[in-house]
Design a protein around this ligand. Structure first.
Ligand SMILES: *Cc1c(COP(=O)(O)O)cnc(C)c1O
Length: 480
């Protein structure tokens, strides 16, 4: 497989080059040259790791089978607290939750970020790339810790994460400030996630900054979902859960399953689109937004307008107005680089653009804070199952979408990460002590406290570093 930029089809890159560079040189995003048609029926009965190996062999074709096998067994093993890696929790005949939070940081980002560091290391070897790599990453809360955990103690890699100072939950902040290794570090930015993402993008396009980083011995890369190495692993759980459902006789191969994805930066839902394009029998793919409904407006009207005020919600990982991966979706629907370049130019200048809705094949809806609480409450009291606010946004979308086939809601985070909203929705008092809150969640869920949670309370916490957007480059040099 070869890759090229969404904005230029002519320059081709190997998988290792695309993964190490992160962003294409022209500012576009790397996309695979083709999405091959796959006969998934032949994969029925395979486990998660086997499916992962097959997918990675296609998309990271410059790595040997042995290297891929090693990476897969490290990425999807004991580091997940369920041997199925992504189990599906069915609440009734029509609905299930795709539990994407069994990894070490309790959110779906682990599915890609337990894998990406090893992929990058292999890519570095493959290309005989000598410099160390500095990963700069913007986070709305979950990517940050997942990147820190994935790259922790990985030789020749350093990670600096920027998170919005008041934009993450107290649990997420604790996760990022408690670390076991020195090669990873989180820094708070005065601003919201879009400011973090914009700042990191600016650093990436700043030649002088790159040159200075190089004199310190580092090349720059990214662990955000702009990296194709983040996106490909996310196709696996859609494939796996479909095939598991067939193996369990819930449906026969070819009958569809619909997917609802609580969406922020458009990575997770794009992976579902890729899987469907390759031939996985998915029905509708429905985008669930919170009050920052820029994407649901876009899918309904064809008008993408980021000129609005970012609302702080209880699903902060979706508090995003400029969704980077939308560019890859637009490319998938209309692979015309010139057209895309002009749209992105317009977005840059005016914060908006418009396209023909005929091109769009996803449905969408959005959910407000009250409905989010209602969903948490309803699912708990009806099905005895505890969901986090992001998952609740996804659940609320079922009724709005009017789906009738078997529907899987991507459950993107564990309720431990968003205790305040979860307890408030259930009308429970929120203990002032963080650990007591953890115990309340454990009691409500009827499950033991995950080891990864208790570990956090045993680690020392860093002092928070708080900077303004114009201090990002200085903060990088202070920390390398
Ligand atoms: C990152 C994240 C999302 C949004 O996913 P995208 O791929 O950015 O659309 C949703 N929920 C949770 C819990 C997340 O961490």
């Amino acid at each position: 497989m070869q890759y090229h930029s969404t904005r230029n089809k002519n320059d081709l890159f190997s998988p290792s080059e695309a993964v190490l560079q992160g962003l294409a040189p022209d500012g576009g995003l790397f996309v695979p040259q083709e999405l091959p048609e796959i006969d998934f029926a032949a994969w029925i009965g395979s486990d998660y790791q086997t499916i992962a190996k097959r997918i990675f062999k296609i998309f990271f074709s410059d790595l040997s089978d042995q290297v891929i096998a090693e990476i897969v067994s490290t990425a999807y093993g004991e580091n997940f607290d369920d041997p199925r890696i992504v189990p599906v929790h069915r609440i009734n005949k029509q609905t299930g939750f795709l539990e994407l939070w069994h990894g070490p940081t309790l959110a779906f980002k682990d599915l890609a970020l337990q894998f990406l560091p090893h992929l990058m290391q292999a890519a570095k070897k493959q290309l005989d790339f000598q410099q160390d790599i500095l990963i700069l990453t913007a986070t709305s809360g979950d990517t940050g810790k997942a990147a820190m955990e994935g790259f922790a103690d990985v030789e020749h890699f350093k990670v600096i994460v920027f998170y919005p100072h008041n934009g993450v939950s107290s649990f997420q902040k604790r996760q990022m400030l408690c670390r076991e290794y020195d090669n990873v570090r989180a820094i708070a930015l005065q601003g919201d996630f879009d400011d973090c993402q914009r700042g990191v993008k600016q650093l990436f396009s700043d030649q002088k900054f790159a040159a200075e980083v190089a004199t310190c011995g580092y090349a720059l890369s990214s662990a955000n979902s702009i990296n194709i190495g983040r996106l490909i692993p996310q196709t696996i759980y859609y494939i796996n859960s479909y095939l598991q459902a067939v193996a369990a006789n819930d449906l026969s191969y070819g009958e569809t399953i619909s997917i609802i994805v609580p969406t922020g930066n458009f990575g997770n839902i794009l992976a579902a689109c890729y899987a469907k394009t390759m031939g996985l029998p998915l029905g509708r793919i429905h985008l669930a937004a919170n009050e920052n409904n820029v994407l649901s407006d876009f899918l309904q009207t064809g008008i993408y307008d980021s000129n609005r005020t970012l609302v702080k919600t209880s699903s902060p990982s979706m508090d995003i107005l400029v969704a980077s991966n939308l560019e890859r979706y637009l490319y998938l629907k209309n692979p015309d680089s010139e057209w895309l370049k002009s749209l992105m130019q317009e977005l840059n200048v005016s914060g908006k653009f418009q396209i023909d809705t005929e091109l769009l094949d996803l449905t969408a809806s959005w959910t407000d804070e009250n409905e989010t609480s209602t969903a948490i409450n309803h699912v708990y009291n009806t099905y005895d199952y505890l969901i986090d606010p992001h998952t609740a946004v996804g659940y609320s979308a079922i009724a709005k979408a009017g789906l009738t086939d078997l529907t899987l809601v991507a459950s993107t985070a564990s309720p431990y990460k968003f205790i305040e909203k979860t307890l408030a929705a259930l009308g429970k008092e929120i203990p002032t002590d963080d650990w007591q809150s953890i115990e309340v969640i454990a009691a409500l869920s009827g499950q033991e406290i995950p080891q990864t949670v208790s570990k956090l309370w045993q680690l020392p916490q860093d002092q928070e570093i708080l900077i303004s957007a114009d201090q990002m480059s200085k903060a990088v040099f202070d920390n390398i």
